[in-house]
Write a protein that binds this ligand. Sequence first.
Ligand code: ITT
Length: 196
Amino acid sequence: MKLKKTNAKRIQNPKTIFFLTSNKSKFKEAEKILNKFGIKIISKNSKGIEIQSNSLEEIARVCAKKAYESLKRPLIVEDSGLFIDSLKGFPGPYSSYVLKTVGCKGILDLLGQKRRRSAKFIAVVAYASKNKIKIFKGVVNGKISKKIFKGKGFGYDPIFIPNGYSKPFSILYSIKEKISHRALAFEKLGKYLKGE
Ligand code: ITT
């Protein structure tokens, strides 16, 4: 693999890490959090490393291991999803596919007028470095709204209302940065890397 000069220089810094993802929004959120810890990440496309599993942890762990074997550089893989209680945790590990096919509207249609709308977002971050894979998990509980709220964000942000609030993440964007599943998982990673 040939690296641009600037990237090659940054990679010499042990606190510069690859983040394997095709999702720019995920990258931006993670970048902001890790910045607070003085850690720089470089986006790298994750095509070809995804595996299928019902477990976010297994997906993140196996992908990180496979990617490390070929790149041999410290790297991160994050697998996340929306788990809706009354749908037995669906879409869970299939969140990305469900978003691309039926979208937020499909989820609202599935729930219909159901009163039980509790759900959670989970993010599992796998950090691979020499001889080890460390896992960091973040969870945010909330509920699914009855309508789609426009605003910022991505994915299911327009329909996910975190507990303690009345608006979804797409409206509460600055709050999302502090309390989201991703914020919690990457904060844990940041603290770990600080002490490494
Ligand atoms: P990579 O696998 O390339 O990182 P992806 O978008 O496919 O990108 P996942 O497989 O982890 O990522 O799928 C998670 C999906 O869950 C994501 O596409 C969104 O639809 C949804 N999701 C995860 N975190 C979210 C968040 O903070 N806000 C809204 N939706 C989110």
